[in-house]
Each structure stands twice: as C-alpha cells, then as structure tokens.
Unconditional design. Structure first.
Length: 160
C-alpha cells in the first residue's frame, strides 16, 4: 500500500493541530502554575489521584504525580510555570506558521523541536520517564513530516 502525498499532508496537518492543542494546554497549565499556590496544586493532585490510588495504591503514574506535587517548591513552581508558558508560546508560533505555510516556519520549527528533543532526552537521563521517550518519538515523526512538507513547498514555489 502506497501512501499518497495527500495522505501525508493530512497526517502533517493533524499532527501540527495536535501540537497546537498541546501548546494551548501548556500555556493554560503554566498560567495556572503562576496563579495558584502550592497548597492548591497539592489539593487538586490529591483530588485527581485519590480514586486511582484507592483502587491501586501502587499505581506508578498517580504516585509519581503525587510525589512531584508534594516536593514542589516555590522556585520549582515558578520554573514550571515559565517553562510551560514559554514552551507553549514557541509551539503556538510554530503551529501558526506551519498551518499558514510560511516558509520560515519550517526551519524555525525544526530547530525548535530539535531543542525540545534535546531537553527531553536530557530530562530522561535523570527521570527515566517513559513518557519523555514517547513524546520524543512523536516529535521525531512530526519533524519528518515538517521536513517533507518543507521540501514540497520549496519545490512548488515560483522562481523569482
């Protein structure tokens, strides 16, 4: 079965839209981190993980999230807020440019995503969180799609 250029383009658009949704969620999460106290974060994490931990007290994800919330300091909360907002804004600019087929958005997006991947792998070396690997694989696929679309776009540009 051969994948057509139209299908690749559709997959590209869907993956970029997913990145845009992720960017909006990151920005909202970062703003919330700026606005709410550590106690409020801990309260909501307790509320959100309570049922899962009652049914399975050894749930790795729920325990990891709860532990992270318990260890959250003021400076760490400020860092996460800044990181989420800045990361989300960069992705939002990237997504807007890609969906509008702005030529400069393609190399910018590739460079930004390479930076994100480098940071994710750096964090993985400390946390060994499998989610970082999953995110990195998704980012690599999106990068391949961006590269492919950029090549096609440049090929179809009129020569000046």
């Amino acid at each position: 079965m051969k994948i057509t250029e139209l299908r690749i383009h559709q997959i590209f658009r869907i993956s970029v839209i997913l990145k845009g949704i992720d960017a909006l969620i990151e920005i909202a999460g970062g703003v919330l981190f700026f606005l709410i106290s550590k106690q409020a974060v801990l309260h909501w994490v307790n509320v959100l993980t309570r049922q899962e931990l009652v049914s399975d007290p050894r749930d790795m994800i729920a325990n990891a999230v709860l532990h992270a919330a318990q260890q959250l300091s003021g400076s760490a909360q400020d860092f996460y807020a800044f990181y989420l907002v800045s990361h989300g804004l960069i992705k939002l600019v990237m997504v807007a440019g890609l969906l509008r087929e702005k030529l400069l958005a393609y190399p910018f997006s590739l460079a930004a995503m390479a930076g994100f991947i480098a940071y994710q792998l750096y964090r993985y070396s400390y946390t060994h969180a499998i989610g970082l690997i999953v995110l990195t694989v998704f980012d690599l696929i999106v990068m391949a799609l961006i590269w492919h679309e950029w090549r096609l776009l440049r090929r179809h540009l009129p020569l000046d």
